[in-house]
Design a protein around this ligand. Structure first.
Ligand code: ARG
Length: 562
């Protein structure tokens, strides 16, 4: 039984006016752990019992059954319960040792599918930091959902469709050169795209041409299709290099184009239900009752839109994966789009629309300024990731020049640092992209946590420690207790992170656990001869195990030596 429940039951036995649930809701965590682990405030009883809360607390502390607790004492108006540190530490240490990486595994999801729409960059455009956020947050959520017992499905909904491909075809036919593009696909395609957009200002007829090319593409015209396929392939080569670096993998790359021939069913349903309205030749769904602007489903020339494809996508996902949750990790700027999408599907009669979640993310800035492709304030992902790795390498060279596989460790540290910095930020907050802060070994960073892990491994190697779940490990001092409580809390954190779709809870947890261990390490000579030596080593071992598992959920590697 959980300790708080036990406290509530013990109290209920001596409190005639309150039941277990009411007591449970009143329980607090004392301000400092020296005051105890769980506190019951007696104020609310003062009125019914016509006594001062101090007197009531003293009375309860005397009457309550304290078996299994270290002690129960009244401090002013509070009854403070001290948990039995030795017994609980024994239970926690041996459980982690026997469950290994499975520690913290939940079965809430019972194998049900959760689809996660993540990363989803746009073909022929640079992979933005927004896409990086979506990639690492999506991947972490997938890991967290797996830890909760769900089966995650990582879907890269590529932005590979839309009128911009008509624009690109026109630009390519005017100025494009195959070899130049092949040498540097996204840069060159972006140049073409920027150029055609400028040109359209002068020559509006090009806009009409682009529209027609996109129409041809939608209708399966061979030339249009081949060019599009080529743009897509070339872009994917670049994206895949980034995914390799990030070590993120997908179950599906079905993007917008995949749904080009799957939109009729949804449109038909809208039609049948009389939900499609004509507006200046276009077809819209009125969403006034949702307090939303109307959703534009089809333009006057019959061309479909982003939302039309997302409708088909959601229906396809429900049918293919029968998701219990369909998560979209996409920036805040698309909030209205996803509200409209959910509303339209709801209007169509799909109750599973309620299971769709738009997981929003805040904006990343650089030098505190908004990023903007047009204004040239951009972060180019690939060179930036490489720079993170080389900065990690120089730090490692300074700290531990003897290290054998420096390059490999530098990759884990550099990439891990970028991911961790992103993930520790409350999802809806943005952050300033500052490589120096990310890769630092000090502060609340990935390298700080990785270093704590590596230090633990070094202690364990020195001691030749071999953990055994049947050993009588136990500890009762205040600093190890702090660590034990963190470790005990691991699955709660995983669950809350999943419920809130926010990996930052796991990242902060890893920081707290690493900090608690470092504090312990500073005050306790773990390797010294002592009757507690084995238990201390077991504590170091389990801390390492849980740190590694927490970082794994975040997609961050843990080198054994740093
Ligand atoms: N490609 C879009 C973008 O870069 C994100 C797509 C998100 N997923 C979706 N199903 N709409 O803005």
């Amino acid at each position: 039984m959980n300790q708080k429940n036990l406290v509530a039951e013990r109290l209920a036995a001596v409190l005639p006016h309150l039941d277990v649930t009411a007591i449970y809701a009143l329980l607090e965590k004392p301000k400092s752990s020296e005051m105890g682990d769980i506190a019951f405030p007696a104020f609310s009883l003062a009125k019914v019992e016509h006594k001062a809360p101090q007197a009531i607390a003293a009375d309860i502390a005397e009457k309550v059954d304290a078996a299994g607790f270290e002690k129960v004492v009244a401090t002013g108006p509070y009854v403070n319960f001290f948990l039995d540190k030795a017994a609980i530490s024994h239970q926690v240490l041996t459980q982690v040792i026997s469950e290994q990486a499975n520690y913290g595994q939940l079965n809430i999801g019972q194998g049900h599918n959760v689809t996660i729409d993540m990363s989803s960059p746009n073909i022929a455009k640079p992979f933005s930091v927004g896409h990086l956020r979506s990639t690492v947050i999506g991947d972490a959520l997938a890991n967290i959902y797996a830890k909760m017992g769900y089966t995650p499905i990582r879907i890269n909904h590529l932005g590979d469709w839309g009128k911009q491909f008509g624009m690109l075809i026109v630009a390519y036919k005017l100025w494009g050169d195959k070899a130049t593009i092949e040498a540097n696909p996204i840069d060159e395609l972006l140049k073409l795209y920027v150029r055609i957009n400028a040109e359209v200002e002068e020559r509006p007829e090009l806009d009409e041409e682009a529209r027609q090319w996109f129409k041809k593409l939608e209708d399966g015209d061979e030339e249009a299709w081949e060019l599009w396929q080529w743009f897509r392939d070339e872009s994917l080569v670049e994206f895949n290099r980034i995914y390799e670096k990030l070590n993120v993998h997908f179950d599906s790359f079905n993007g917008e184009a995949f749904y080009n021939d799957k939109m009729d069913e949804g449109i038909q349903i809208l039609e049948d239900k009389g939900l499609l309205k004509e507006s200046k030749g276009a077809k819209i769904v009125d969403l006034e009752s949702y307090n939303l602007p109307p959703a534009l489903i089809m333009k006057s020339d019959g061309a479909t839109l982003y939302i039309t494809r997302d409708m088909a996508t959601a229906m396809y996902r429900k049918r293919t994966y029968d998701f219990v949750k369909n998560i979209y990790v996409v920036g805040q700027e698309q909030i209205n789009h996803f509200k409209q999408l959910k509303a339209v599907l709801k209007e169509m009669g799909f109750d599973w629309s309620d299971d769709m979640v738009h997981v929003t993310m805040g904006l990343v800035t650089k030098n505190k300024k908004k990023l903007s492709t047009r204004k040239g304030n951009i972060i180019l992902l690939e060179p930036t990731l490489d720079e993170a790795v080389s900065r990690a390498l120089s730090q490692i060279e300074a700290k531990n020049p003897e290290l054998e596989n420096k390059e490999e460790v530098a990759k884990a540290v550099g990439i891990g640092a970028v991911k961790f910095f992103d993930l520790k930020t409350d999802r809806d907050n943005g952050y300033d992209f500052d490589l120096e802060a990310m890769v630092s070994f000090e502060g609340e960073t990935g390298p700080y946590v990785q270093y704590a892990y590596a230090r633990i491994q070094s202690i364990l190697r020195k001691a030749d420690f071999v953990p055994a779940a049947e050993n009588d490990y136990k500890l009762a001092d205040a600093e190890s207790w702090d660590i034990i409580k963190h470790i005990q809390n691991f699955s709660n954190i995983v669950e809350r992170a999943g419920e809130k779709f926010d990996p930052s809870l796991v990242a902060k947890y890893a920081i707290n656990l690493a900090q608690a261990f470092n504090k312990y390490y500073a005050h306790t000579r773990i390797l010294d001869e002592s009757p507690e030596r084995d238990s201390r080593l077991a504590l170091a071992y389990t801390t390492g195990l849980v740190l590694k598992e927490a970082l794994r959920l975040l997609g961050v590697d843990t080198p054994e030596k740093m």
